[in-house]
Design a binder for this molecule. Sequence first.
Ligand code: NI
Length: 211
Amino acid sequence: MESGPESGLSGAPSGCFDRAGAGRHSPAMAILKIARMGHPVLARKAEPVKNPADPGIQNLIASMIETMIDANGAGLAAPQVHVPLRLVVFQAPESRSDTLSEEERFDHTAPLTVLINPEIEILGPETEGGWEGCLSVPGLRGFVERPNHIRYRGLDQNGQPVSRVARGFHARVVQHECDHLDGILYPRRMNDLSQLIFESEVRHWLKAESE
Ligand code: NI
């Protein structure tokens, strides 16, 4: 998912991802080309990762993180870099939820996270609307309604289980990235395509909302 102009993601990797823990060898990193809407790799169902410790997977993870940071994204899914595997990286920074109390913030934020073979469970009926962008749909924003209370599970970059509850932007970014693994881009989740707009026009909508 593309981060909004308000996200405060300046490009510096958070210290939460331990590169040394990503494997005994040093993964080779590269900035990868991002597939854009219309490329078949974005429309197909991705395959499970068989062995997270595989050096090829470790290199892919390192390169996806570099690519996401370089593109100022909040998340990136492997199909977006032309690899049809069930692997996503994302972060939900505190700057996204700084109006909340410290306790509330817990479920709303996530450090830089690698999630392999993820599964999502929806925990409540409430949904929330928010503006989304996508590195594979450059220049556009769309207003998407999604469940706002979920649990997700998967494996981290060391093959260890991850299980977290997520709300707010955190829940949104995880659902957006996992949709990529099933060949779904956010415009397909929109109820009203009149809310698919150019990034340069977002200010008109933000103004309307605050009035
Ligand atoms: Ni996306």
